[in-house]
Design a protein around this ligand. Structure first.
Ligand code: HGY
Ligand code: MN
Ligand code: MN
Length: 414
């Protein structure tokens, strides 16, 4: 088996190269879907996959898939990977560390001389984050047959370009989205290595996390429409100020999440005010809510309070509202047998590990609807993510690769 120190050096080289593919140099990594930075990452990853002995293809969503054939042509594929897109000014590890881990896991298996029965598919998924078009999980949703051409045409970025047109512009064929769908019979499992993006492993000094459940989530876009007017000459009792109305709702959301408890979280991370002028009463505010919990009844409790408050504020201020569901995913349960195999491999190799909830969502959250999934977390320094301060250690990633290879070989012998 390739030495962990050699794997550490390789992942360092990959991640230090990949972090340069950013639209915001010096302010974190911004690698949005269908951009030049995405193209640079695809080219780099294609080369790295081919060097690792994989035959590589790009699917209709812009996912890169590298295959290592097995000895049994009828055996279902073992998939391993994560996403190569990022949030704006995000970190250099979210998603891409799992893609690099997948490539180096297959390389380590090949270098061990093992001849696996199962083929392995290394996957670099596109538009997992959903920053541009609001829906996210593009490649993984298409793989479970849950992304339609109509949706690709319907969802647009803030400048009005549809996901469909962006795919065309990038040289993809969105009409072929149906060809991405997996046959679950031909997939043994999907394994995703990812940074924890939370504080637990780093705070407790534990080397690896084994995810058992991924928190369920619901995301809505709310548009509140009042009346744009002059900031100076419009009396306070004659206004329909969309910002005032939105603030009355948004300011209560964190309290509702704390009140519901059970680890429930709720975030308003996106707001767009129009006409967004310092001397004009806002006519319209568009904002999003992202609410998550390991129990969907907690998410629903927060959203019901939000709907009630929107109605109340409409009566009070005359500001109308429209809300549009963007994403709704039930809690994702990882395959217990796969988690057991990972735990066995950690123990055999002497890595400390613990089973845990994932507060963040991942491509495994989508794929687990159709195929057995498992996730390995590596520690995130101070739990920070979706930030230029995001940091994980290369040797931790090498440990996750060591365990992934061992788990895959165990699975292959079953
Ligand atoms: O939102 C998430 O949990 C992930 O980073 N897309
Ligand atoms: Mn993310
Ligand atoms: Mn991620």
């Amino acid at each position: 088996m390739t030495q962990v120190k050699d794997i550490t050096q390789r992942v360092k080289e990959h991640l230090e190269a990949l972090r340069e593919f950013t639209a915001t140099p010096g302010e974190g990594v911004t690698r949005l879907p269908f951009t030049n930075e995405a193209r640079q990452a695809i080219d780099y990853l294609r080369n790295a996959m081919e060097e690792a002995g994989l035959s590589v293809r790009l699917d209709a969503t812009g996912a890169l898939i590298g295959r290592l054939e097995g000895t049994d042509p009828d055996a279902p594929a073992i998939m391993i990977g994560s996403h190569y897109d990022t949030v704006r000014s995000g970190g250099a590890y979210d998603g891409i560390a799992g893609v690099v881990a997948a490539i180096e896991t297959v390389r380590a298996i090949r270098e061990s001389g093992a001849k696996l029965r199962h083929p392995i598919d290394v996957c670099a998924f596109n538009d997992e984050e959903g920053i541009m078009y609001g829906i996210g999980f593009l490649s993984s949703k298409a793989m479970i047959g849950a992304r339609t051409v109509r949706e690709l045409k319907e969802y647009k970025d803030p400048d009005g370009e549809s996901l469909y047109d962006a795919m065309k512009r990038f040289g993809l064929e969105p009409e072929d989205i149906g060809t991405c769908a997996l046959d679950p019979e031909k997939v043994r499992c999907f394994l995703e290595v990812h940074i924890e993006q939370g504080p637990v492993l780093h705070a407790k000094g534990i080397e690896l996390g084994l995810v058992d459940v991924i928190a369920g989530l619901r995301r809505y876009r709310i548009t509140m429409r009042g009346e744009a007017n002059h900031a100076g000459s419009t009396p306070m009792d004659m206004r329909h100020d969309a910002v005032e109305a939105a603030a009355k709702v948004i300011s209560l959301i964190p309290g509702w999440a704390r009140e519901v408890g059970g680890g429930t979280v709720a975030t308003v991370g996106y707001m767009r005010v129009s006409p967004n002028a310092l001397n004009t009463v806002a006519g319209e505010v568009e904002w999003t809510i992202d609410c998550r919990s390991s129990r969907m009844e907690n998410v629903n409790a927060v959203l019901i309070k939000m709907m009630q408050k929107l109605e109340e504020v409409k009566e009070e201020t005359g500001v109308e509202y429209v809300f549009e569901p963007l994403v709704s995913i039930e809690p994702g349960v990882m395959e217990p047998h796969l988690v057991d195999l990972l735990e066995e491999a950690c123990k055999e190799k002497g890595y400390s590990c613990r089973r845990m909830l994932s507060g963040a969502s991942h491509d495994a959250h989508i794929l687990c609807e159709k195929v057995p999934c498992a996730m390995i977390f590596i520690p995130s320094k101070d739990g920070v993510s979706h930030s230029p301060l995001e940091h994980s250690e290369y040797f931790d990633l090498a440990h996750a690769i060591d365990v992934s290879a061992a788990m895959i070989e165990k699975l292959d012998r079953e």
